[in-house]
Design a protein around this ligand. Structure first.
Ligand SMILES: Cc1cc2nc3c(=O)[nH]c(=O)nc-3n(C[C@H](O)[C@H](O)[C@H](O)COP(=O)(O)OP(=O)(O)OC[C@H]3O[C@@H](n4cnc5c(N)ncnc54)[C@H](O)[C@@H]3O)c2cc1C
Length: 564
């Protein structure tokens, strides 16, 4: 069903088993799992899918080495398993990421780590090589023997400096280990929505629909595109609004205090020296203040982050000049000879982690684990509210599994499908080797007449969904590269507009592609794209100008980005 049909369906049938508020990765994970079980479920997201915290992550699919220090062994084990699952079932979007921890001391942290472990240390402090090594042994043990990714190794100073020529000469060595990266996390979310709606005719999702309140044992929603109010009567309400959970409960007349979020920012840098210096590795290291930070390649640029600062206003989160300064100093600490010019910072983003309220003095000590908080039904409200508190991107499937199990219990139903089965989006029927990939591309080229060069690009971006793009393109009278950004084609954009629930320019530029993140937005591109959008989405000229202004406004306010 398209948006209009879903809304008509809600008008006719306000009753639904499950209503999910929030289309971040956790809400979408639950949507997917419930869809797999054939449950009728509606997910509504007040903005675009994956535009809240889920768009602000460091894009690491990781076990969380540093959580060992906080004694979160179970979380690390679970995260490592989920990382391995994603590598297997979303190979188009989640790739192994060689990672490296440079260290400058052998022994520091030998005292601090046990103190932290016993919760007796409340100040940040650097860890040395020995502590890092112990952590990596435990990490490897959790990775198991299936060989999804290699085990860690240590390089002494000479080898380390050979591998990373520009690195700070004070370094003593480097620990090499493996995690994973999801460069365009936002696409995984949209693909899960599309998969679920295709698989289960009773699962529907709407972006740009927000909660306004509750009445008559139901929920009032607002279609923010048309202004229409919609009434829904769920048997269960799932509050998956991340850092906004307490605000939503307030609107429902059920005040809570579950979330004590922390803000984290990132910058994206276009600097070839830094790009080359990273040598394909994600550098994960302690800044001089003892906080773990990272930098890695993201497309053709370098992603640097993140901070961890208490924040109670998730809507206000932006990357401040102080944070930017912090990042630039940390780059200097690791690569003293590399200077990043201000104009090389091509994008900034920030989000608030939906962490549980905690009394920890250091934000890093707050658990990254997840839990479900249940608000029981009352005589005025027949449905329970399940609140999803915490949770990492990496663990969305296992968290969703817990929530789904609880939901099935309430509905008196049994699980029929394990959510570990079935690939995500373009990971379906993914070729197993480079040779199979080449064969797959050649066959598709023969079938559709699309050039192998374009197919390779689409395969990298969309995995095996490239076949759908190619079939669509071959059915068009012609397909030309965009004049302002030839690495994208007109048919490619039109296919996305028709099939991926795009409403605004920013949905495409920020969340269906890496264009914004790589700093590739230009005036020419916006003008060219807005014309394609106008034809496809039926905007009039005023609507097109409004959309352009909306984009400028959002880029400036949320990302401190202005277009010359
Ligand atoms: C700086 C930073 C770095 C991180 N790095 C990593 C990492 O590398 N790896 C990792 O695994 N995890 C990482 N995380 C954690 C991870 O990103 C989050 O825990 C996860 O994305 C939370 O997802 P969510 O679905 O719970 O929340 P969100 O993504 O915030 O989703 C909630 C949604 O609810 C919507 N909403 C709010 N109010 C309403 C309403 N009234 N009606 C309808 N919808 C509403 C919002 O628009 C939002 O889209 C990081 C987090 C941050 C902030």
């Amino acid at each position: 069903m398209n948006r209009r049909e879903i809304i008509q369906h809600i008008r006719n049938n306000p009753k639904v088993s499950v209503l999910i508020l929030g289309g971040g990765v956790n809400g979408i994970g639950v949507f997917r799992d419930l869809g797999l079980q054939g449950i009728d479920v509606l997910l509504v997201e007040r903005a675009d899918y994956c535009s809240g915290t889920s768009a602000a992550s460091s894009r690491m699919v990781h076990g969380g080495l540093r959580y060992l220090e906080n004694r979160e062994f179970q979380l690390v084990r679970e995260s490592v398993q989920e990382r391995n699952w994603l590598l297997e079932f979303a190979p188009h979007a989640v790739q192994p990421q060689p990672s490296a921890i440079p260290f400058f001391h052998w022994f520091s942290g030998l005292l601090n780590a046990p103190l932290k472990f016993l919760s007796l240390l409340n100040r940040p402090a650097e860890r040395g090589a020995i502590i890092t090594k112990i952590g990596l042994y435990i990490y490897d043990a959790f990775t198991g023997t299936r060989g999804t990714i290699p085990r860690h190794k240590f390089l002494q100073r000479a080898d380390a400096r050979q591998q990373f020529p520009g690195i700070n000469p004070k370094l003593l060595g480097i620990a090499i280990y493996y995690d994973a990266q999801m460069a365009l996390a936002e696409r995984i979310c949209v693909e899960m929505i599309l998969d679920t709606e295709k698989l289960c005719s009773k699962a529907h999702a709407l972006n740009y629909v927000s909660l306004t309140g509750c009445q008559d044992n139901g929920i009032v929603l607002l279609d923010t595109l048309s202004g229409e109010k919609l009434f829904v009567q769920p048997k269960i309400l799932i509050n998956a609004t991340g850092p906004w959970i307490d605000d939503v409960n307030n609107s429902l007349g059920q005040p809570t205090n579950y979330i004590g979020g922390t803000k984290g920012s990132h910058i994206i840098i276009n600097n070839s020296c830094l790009y080359n210096a990273l040598n394909e590795y994600l550098l994960f290291f302690e800044n001089s203040d003892g906080r773990y930070v990272m930098m890695c390649r993201l497309g053709e640029c370098v992603l640097v982050g993140s901070t961890d600062i208490y924040c109670s206003q998730p809507d206000e989160a932006i990357c401040t000049p102080e944070e930017e300064d912090y990042f630039l100093k940390m780059i200097q600490h690791i690569f003293p000879d590399i200077t990043v010019k201000p104009e090389e910072i091509v994008f900034r983003f920030s989000g608030v982690r939906p962490l549980p309220t905690a009394k920890a003095k250091l934000t890093g000590q707050i658990t990254r684990n997840h839990r479900i908080e249940t608000i029981k039904p009352t005589s005025e409200r027949i449905y329970p509210i399940l609140n999803l508190v915490g949770g990492k991107w990496t663990t969305f499937r296992s968290f969703a599994e817990q929530v789904t199990n609880k939901t099935l219990d309430f509905l008196n139903l049994k699980r029929v499908v394990d959510s570990r089965t079935g690939s995500l989006g373009g990971g379906k029927d993914y070729p197993k080797s480079q040779q199979e990939i080449n064969q797959w591309l050649t066959n598709l080229g023969r079938q559709t007449g699309v050039s192998e060069e374009i197919l390779k690009t689409w395969f990298t971006r969309y995995g095996t969904r490239a076949a759908e793009f190619a079939l669509f393109a071959s059915g068009q009278v012609s397909d030309n590269p965009l004049q302002s950004l030839p690495e994208y084609s007109q048919a490619e954009i039109i296919f996305i507009l028709r099939n991926e629930k795009v409403v605004h320019l920013d949905d495409f530029l920020l969340r269906r592609s890496l264009i914004a993140m790589e700093g590739k937005i230009t005036n020419e591109l916006i003008r060219e794209l807005s014309k394609i959008f106008q034809t496809e989405l039926g905007w009039d000229e005023t609507g097109r100008m409004d959309e352009i202004n909306r984009l400028f406004d959002l880029l400036e306010k949320k990302h401190n980005f202005t277009i010359e």
